[in-house]
Design a protein around this ligand. Structure first.
Ligand code: NAD
Length: 237
């Protein structure tokens, strides 16, 4: 039987790239997303990926989807939201709570419901280089640091059942998410990237596919930074 992967945020961006790469490698893939229109657009170009409408913050929906799928080998949570680099004074309580509900709550619910039905395999969460800190968008940074903390805890708890749990922390990636930034901010951030601009989503998908592979499952509780080394600092020459 072909292995089965559930990829959330699968309608576009990093999630879509992950779904398409795994499907190309012979996996059965379910790509789930809240955005029905984007899911319809993507699935028009898919032959071998099953689309599913899902809000990762709704526990009943997550449980129902996991229950109707065959037991999962791999779960990748790419569903997430971001924010521009907002100063603390401009972050509303509502924006803070929504950020945690989607980025942390979604990761938690998906891991909890999927692990219930997994017999070995891999869980991969998409964090962000931002988890390391830095000024601006404290609610986004907090949410991604929480994802990393959860991954480290679940890795220890679930390893006894043969399930690895890791995070991929991308630098700037060319997706709709960064299209929402102002053009001035986008250009400023892009100039700081080691490659001179954002990476294609396929680069992140490659890292996820490694962690999902049989060899990659020996890696557990880690954060794979895929950012061209930017997080190590700026070269002096
Ligand atoms: P994207 O906006 O292209 O894709 C995110 C997808 O998640 C969308 O299809 C959206 O509909 C879906 N989604 C949002 N809320 C959801 C919910 N409640 N339930 C189900 N689906 C939901 O953005 P992306 O860049 O592909 O982002 C994917 C992940 O990568 C996010 O967690 C993001 O924080 C992270 N990330 C992105 C970048 C970047 O530069 N693009 C950098 C670092 C980390």
């Amino acid at each position: 039987m072909r292995p089965h992967a559930l990829v959330t945020g699968g309608a576009q961006g990093i999630g879509r790239a992950v779904a398409e790469l795994l499907a190309g490698q012979g996996w059965d893939v379910t790509a789930a997303d809240l955005d029905e229109a984007a899911l319809r657009r993507a699935s028009g170009q898919w032959n071998d990926i099953s689309p599913a409408v899902l809000d990762v913050t709704a526990s009943a929906q997550v449980a129902a989807l996991v229950d109707r799928l065959p037991p999962l080998d791999v779960v990748v949570n790419c569903a997430g939201i971001a924010a521009e680099l907002l100063p603390l004074k401009d972050i509303s309580r509502a924006a803070f709570e929504r950020m945690l509900r989607v980025n942390v709550g979604g990761t938690f619910l998906l891991a909890r419901e999927a692990a219930r039905r997994m017999e070995g395999g891999a869980i991969v969460a998409i964090a962000s280089r931002g988890y390391l800190g830095g000024a601006g968008a404290a609610h986004y940074v907090a949410s991604k640091a929480a994802v990393v903390g959860m991954v480290r805890s679940l890795a220890v708890e679930l390893r006894w059942r043969g399930i690895s749990v890791n995070a991929v922390a991308p630098g700037m990636v060319e997706t709709r998410m960064i299209d929402d930034f102002t053009s001035e901010m986008r250009a400023r951030l892009a100039r700081l990237e080691p490659g001179g601009g954002p990476m294609p989503p396929a680069t992140i998908a490659g890292a996820v596919a490694y962690l999902a592979s049989a060899a990659g499952r020996a890696v557990n509780g880690q954060v794979l930074l895929v950012d061209g080394g930017k997080s190590l600092g700026v070269a002096p020459c």
